[in-house]
Design a binder for this molecule. Structure first.
Ligand code: ATP
Length: 327
């Protein structure tokens, strides 16, 4: 592999607030190093189709504060095939793009690793997902903002829950991981949290509700991760509890996609700026097949192999903390 002159950047998988700040950082750091930056629109599908354009300094002006991604994101079934990735590699060659920064999650990095193995193209990853479920990094871009959005919504729900002495099941995002749910539960003082990583114990939940929730005089909030376990999301949990306790005044609120949007928090903007610039530095240091991350406040290089293979665990102390503080 010769010297890198052009760096491509794309966003892939679920979008997250702060992706724009990461794009800006990649483009600006590339230009700072005397190289050219190319934006690839629509994730891997856009790469296959050649939806590619040079990005100058001004193309990424005034985007650091915007949610979503100016490069758009997409899921590409074609990129999952050998032929699709061969087309992608050919497109990179056509545009003389020597290396790639992929901003996305686990699936995006799995695809990136195949592109590296099959076509020897250097790719580094920047963790952009609201779920915070990537092994090797303490924080992913978008997580802090998504949690802040969920907290804001739950605070509002608490006002009305309290006015009517209701029991609310609030569903937050997290199909396979409970990071958003757990942090939101602690930060809102929720009475309980249900996450995919821990099997729902209805006996415990009911015992706790019988003790702490009184439909005549108190309210309660249970945070449920969207993907909970086989017991289902907030509606299905609420239905089971309502069957046992017809006297409860139960409501369900599903926060949904609002958690993906909005202006990124300062934490996400700074993280995205750091990791985007570090991604360019890593490529210039001949790195490939790694994800940039942050661990104990320092930037770390995590091999794609590791972050793809391992699952990040929820902090058991945080799970315990919800129980302790709700008694
Ligand atoms: P998020 O966790 O936020 O949803 P993600 O990056 O995990 O982000 P995915 O939809 O899993 O999102 O992956 C994004 C894209 O990466 C897919 O649409 C596909 O093009 C590519 N990809 C995912 N898994 C593979 C795979 N096993 N082989 C090749 N490409 C893949």
């Amino acid at each position: 592999m010769g010297k890198i002159k052009r760096i491509g950047v794309l966003t892939s998988g679920g979008d997250s607030p702060g992706m724009n700040a990461a794009i800006r950082a990649v483009v600006r750091a590339t230009i700072y190093n005397g190289l050219e930056a190319y934006g690839i629109y629509g994730g891997y599908q856009g790469l296959i189709e050649g939806d590619i354009k040079e990005l100058k300094k001004s193309d990424v002006s005034n985007i650091i504060q915007r949610g979503g991604t100016i490069l758009k994101s997409a899921r590409s079934a074609e990129f999952r095939t050998l032929e699709g990735r061969a087309k992608a590699a050919q497109m990179l060659a056509e545009y003389k793009i020597d290396a790639l920064v992929v901003i996305g999650g686990d699936g995006s990095f799995t695809g990136a690793r195949l592109l590296i193995q099959e076509h020897d193209i250097p790719v580094v990853g920047v963790p952009g997902t609201i779920d915070n479920d990537l092994f090797g990094t303490d924080w992913t871009i978008g997580y802090d903002t998504a949690v802040n959005t969920a907290i804001d919504a739950v605070d509002k729900i608490k006002d009305t829950a309290s006015a009517h002495s209701r029991l609310f099941f609030v569903e937050v995002m997290g199909r396979d991981a409970g990071f958003i749910a757990l942090r939101t539960a602690i930060a809102t003082g929720a009475e309980a949290v249900l996450v995919p990583e821990v099997e729902t114990n209805f006996k415990d939940l009911e015992a706790f509700l019988e003790k702490d929730y009184n439909p005549k005089e108190s309210s309660a909030i249970v945070i449920v991760a969207e993907g909970n376990d086989k017991s289902g999301g907030a509606y299905s949990i609420a239905e089971k509890v309502a069957k046992e306790h017809p006297e409860y005044d139960i409501r369900v609120s599903v926060l949904g996609h609002m958690q993906r949007g909005g202006s990124p928090s300062q934490a996400d903007r700074v993280l995205a700026s750091q990791l985007g610039a570090a991604a360019v530095e890593a490529l210039l240091d001949d790195q490939k097949s790694i994800m940039l991350g942050i661990a104990n406040k320092s930037i770390v290089h995590v091999p794609f192999n590791k972050t793809i293979k391992h699952t990040k665990d929820l902090n058991p102390e945080f799970l315990e903390l919800v129980k302790v503080l709700s008694t």
